[in-house]
Design a protein around this ligand. Sequence first.
Ligand SMILES: [Zn+2]
Ligand SMILES: [Zn+2]
Length: 215
Amino acid sequence: MSMKNYLKIVCLIFIFSSCKNDGNNIKNTKQPIHAKRSSERKEMIIHILPLGTVNATILDFIKKSIYDFYQIECIIEPKKELTTDILAASKTRYEATLILKKYNSTQNTLLITDKDIAYNNSKKKAKEWGIFGLGFRPGNTCIISTFRLKRKVGEAKFKDRLQKVCIHEVGHNLGLPHCKNDPLCLMNDANGTVSQVDKERIFFCTNCKKQIGMK
Ligand SMILES: [Zn+2]
Ligand SMILES: [Zn+2]
């Protein structure tokens, strides 16, 4: 993957820090990012690829969530094992950018793992931050970790968060930037907290919908 593609990586949801100043604020550049519109989405299939063991009911739940929201069909693929080449520097979790680099595909791919994933923003000299997800904008590939979404909450709350994060990351893949239009819209930057995710509704504001030709 080229450096240019790296720059297209947007963060998605940090636990501790905002991704507002991630160097990827492409919103104000002269060439707008092309967002996939409804006619293109109709042709799309997203391959859900578990990294390590992920419960089958969770995989089915993600598939249903994406179909219900975007009407995009998903295919659940056999799992791939997590390998040491994608470990973060701490060796205690996996590095999301390495995962995206390794598994970036011409097929639309949603990677899902139960393991903790991290993002290391060297520009800010920040340390490794645990995150919920990361995806290209626009692009074909995103990674989501259930690790931080299910801590200290019951199944219903966990599934609500998981659904929101999956829709958010796929939204970035489709070309959507973070939303500043409506605090309840799923494309908001989580600004570091799971409480933002909890605040959001399962919906896109009119501005986000318009960009991808959604009714
Ligand atoms: Zn995001
Ligand atoms: Zn929005």
